[in-house]
Design a protein around this ligand. Structure first.
Ligand code: HEM
Ligand SMILES: CC(C)=CCC/C(C)=C/CC/C(C)=C/COP(=O)(O)OP(=O)(O)O
Length: 312
């Protein structure tokens, strides 16, 4: 942590509830929580609504806590990047030690409470996910290798597995498939953003692919990962998490996503500067819709199958 963030450690501002809430990265966590919810509801074992509600709440708190610890460790680079400089620590609203205490307390609490409310496979997976995001991705990979997103993306792929484990007490081929879907989705999701945020990462000295290998290589990587993701997503359609409804959506969504990646690949670099990365911004937004709809339709199939409809 640098001088920029060290400043915020010495000021003792009156932090509001909103400042602490912002430490939880609530917008990003919406999709994390949604994928966990789908994992929980798509599982074949019914869960008591109170246990389901409590479990999702603890997963949300655990995910948020990991975001707070990410902001604590990254306060120095957050202070440099335009996109992140208004976050609570660089803005001087929350001190580093407050963020650390908040993140550690909520991480411990959410993990133990999830274990008690559901089972220790789910609790253990949540604890491991927090550890993976904070220690493996944030503290180690992010500043070390341009493959940070590819490996670190595993952290964001665990939530549907956690949800599934809440319901079944274990791991299965279905939950591993949901993991793989999110895992393959993360690189195109993030690299699209990195294309139009390259200067931020450049200034902050973070070795994102756009900085180390340039935009051209990043465009190729996005396209390759998107094609692999489409193969996986369509392949999943013929397994037990899929069915005709899933397949119909997956065909449309993946054609759109691959087309978006193709457009990114074929972009004229000067033109993208002129129109302020319109295509890349559009693809980033589409990535959010893509994952949301994929998991939405997995849930629809699971519910239909429960009523003897859907599935193959
Ligand atoms: C290592 C993996 C990932 C990286 C590096 C990454 C990176 C980012 C970044 C930098 C943003 C902009 C955030 C902001 O400025 O607030 C973002 C937005 C977002 N990410 Fe990711 N992401 C990752 C994985 C995920 C996963 C797994 C999910 C959900 C399943 C997710 C969901 C979202 C959502 C919903 C937004 C939009 C937030 C908004 O509306 O502002 N991300 N991502
Ligand atoms: C249940 C649980 C523990 C879930 C965690 C899910 C998870 C790891 C989501 C990834 C979210 C994300 C924005 C990563 C980017 O970090 P970054 O530091 O590269 O992005 P930043 O620059 O916006 O901070």
């Amino acid at each position: 942590m640098s001088d920029a963030s060290a400043n915020s450690a010495s000021i003792a501002p009156e932090a509001s509830f909103g400042d602490f809430f912002a430490l939880l990265k609530p917008r990003v966590m919406t999709l994390v929580v949604f994928t966990a919810l789908v994992g929980l509801l798509a599982a074949p074992t019914p869960v008591h609504p109170m246990i389901a509600f409590a479990s999702i709440l603890f997963i949300a708190i655990g995910g948020g806590a990991s975001g707070a610890l990410n902001m604590w460790w990254d306060a120095d680079i957050d202070a440099i990047m335009k996109r992140t400089r208004k976050r609570p620590i660089p803005a001087g609203k929350v001190t580093e030690s407050e963020a650390l205490g908040f993140g550690v307390a909520l991480s411990g609490l959410s993990t133990v409470m999830l274990g008690l409310a559901s089972n220790w496979v789910a609790g253990g997976l949540l604890g491991f996910t927090i550890f993976f995001y904070v220690v493996i991705y944030t503290m180690w990979l992010k500043r070390w290798t341009p493959q940070n997103i590819v490996i670190g993306g595993a952290a964001g792929a665990f939530p549907p597995m956690i949800g599934w484990a809440v319901a079944t007490g274990g791991v299965s081929i279905e939950s591993v498939l949901m993991f793989c879907l999110t895992f393959m989705w993360t690189p195109p999701h993030f690299w699209a953003l990195a294309l139009f945020m390259r200067k931020d990462y450049d200034h902050a000295g973070v070795p994102m692919l756009t900085v180390t290998h340039g935009r051209r290589s990043t465009r190729i990587h996005i396209f390759v990962y998107t094609v692999l993701l489409a193969i996986l997503a369509l392949g999943a359609g013929v397994t037990s998490i899929g069915g005709p409804v899933y397949m119909a959506f997956a065909i449309v969504l993946n054609i759109l996503f691959v087309k978006g990646a193709w457009d990114i690949l074929n972009r004229d670099e000067d033109m993208s500067e002129v129109d302020n990365f319109k295509v890349e911004r559009g693809f980033f937004k589409l990535s959010l819709l893509y994952l949301f709809l994929h998991f939405g339709v997995i849930l629809v199939e699971a519910i239909m199958q429960r009523f003897g409809l859907g599935g193959w």
